[in-house]
Design a protein around this ligand. Structure first.
Ligand code: ADP
Length: 328
């Protein structure tokens, strides 16, 4: 109901709309309208109320609800249904629960904050309220389960391009992070449920540090985490960023669905790679190996060359990659 009220207020932007009018249109009592308006004000909407005139929207809240994003969305399915939470444990956990219940492809889960944000291999992801984009997308692609890592490449390309298009240069640290000045601004976590040759669903989670100030980055992450605001010097519109990501994501994902390839995503991942041509360390179950990153192949494997001249195509899975001296 709050969403419907916001829509009406937006349709009447600059004008007053009476409580009676809202109540007639939405078939709820005037007292209910008044209560919803108060809730919206508490959420951060600036709504002017004048007796005998009604309500007028002065400023929207900085919230990642469907009503706040839809006017910038160009997609058919991705993001056309958004579950928005003020706070939740983890958007991936919620997405998986909804996927199990049969939620359709393209549905998005967004939390203003996550209390148990997840990284890979059970690591944590700090997700303070209103400061980032913490979202997950439910997908049901008809692909072989071994190709689930394609989704991570599509996601990384979609986020990287969205950030570049907002004027902020960034790099993709294969397979699942976006970095600026060698520090992480975004992590991606792809989880799949499937059988041997069939995907039931895939959930791709994205955690983007958008408007965190320096002091909001946890101490232990100071050397490896940053935000778009810290790096660009300006606050960034989370709403525009989400819409741009979803628009890019659908465009790139469509290639996978139609042609079973991800050339466009790989192109972006290559041209924005933080690793190609660099000396790196590959960490696999606590063992570290030195190598040079050479290229990305059409399936999104990182081709590396070892000091003895042998080459290998790395599959994301359980590998972490580090720069020779530090995080990248
Ligand atoms: P890695 O980058 O080590 O391969 P992940 O991609 O799984 O690992 O990310 C999880 C790690 O990212 C955590 O262990 C933590 O060090 C770091 N981290 C947690 N929250 C954030 C954040 N908001 N921004 C950047 N890095 C974070």
């Amino acid at each position: 109901m709050k969403g419907k009220i916001i829509r009406l207020l937006k349709e009447n932007k600059n004008n007053f709309i009476s409580g009676q009018n809202i109540s007639d249109k939405l078939r709820v009592s005037r007292t209910a309208v008044w209560k919803y308006i108060n809730q919206l004000k508490e959420e951060g909407y600036e709504i002017e109320s004048v007796s005998r005139k009604g309500y007028r929207l002065l400023n929207s809240a900085d919230l990642l609800t469907y009503e706040e994003i839809e006017d910038k969305l160009k997609t058919n399915t991705i993001g056309r249904k958004i579950y928005h939470f003020d706070s939740l444990d983890s958007t991936n956990i919620k997405a998986k629960k909804l996927a199990i219940k049969g939620e359709n492809e393209g549905t998005i889960i967004i939390g203003e904050e996550q209390t148990k944000g997840k990284g890979r291999l059970g690591r944590y992801w700090t997700s303070p309220k209103g400061k980032g984009v913490w979202l997950s997308i439910i997908l049901r692609p008809n692909i072989e389960p071994t190709k689930a890592s394609y989704i991570t490449q599509i996601g990384a390309a979609a986020v990287s391009k969205a950030i570049s298009d907002m004027g902020i240069k960034n790099y993709i640290k294969w397979p699942n992070d976006i970095v600026i000045n060698n520090k992480k601004v975004c992590g991606i976590l792809t989880e799949m449920s499937g059988e041997i040759n069939k995907v039931n669903y895939i959930v791709i989670g994205m955690g983007i540090n958008v408007n965190l100030n320096k002091k909001e980055v946890p101490k232990e992450l100071k050397n490896k985490a940053t935000s778009l605001k810290i790096e660009s010097g300006n606050s960034v519109s989370r709403k525009k960023l989400v819409a741009n990501i979803l628009n890019n994501f659908e465009y790139l994902y469509d290639e996978l669905i139609e042609y079973n390839t991800i050339t466009k995503s790989i192109e972006i991942c290559k041209s924005s790679s933080a690793l190609i041509n660099k000396d790196i360390k590959i960490i696999r179950r606590n063992k570290t190996k030195k190598a040079k990153a050479i290229n990305l192949d059409k399936d999104g494997h990182l081709i590396v060359e070892y000091p003895d001249g042998t080459k290998e195509g790395l599959i994301s899975g359980e590998i972490s990659v580090r720069g020779e001296n530090g995080y990248v």
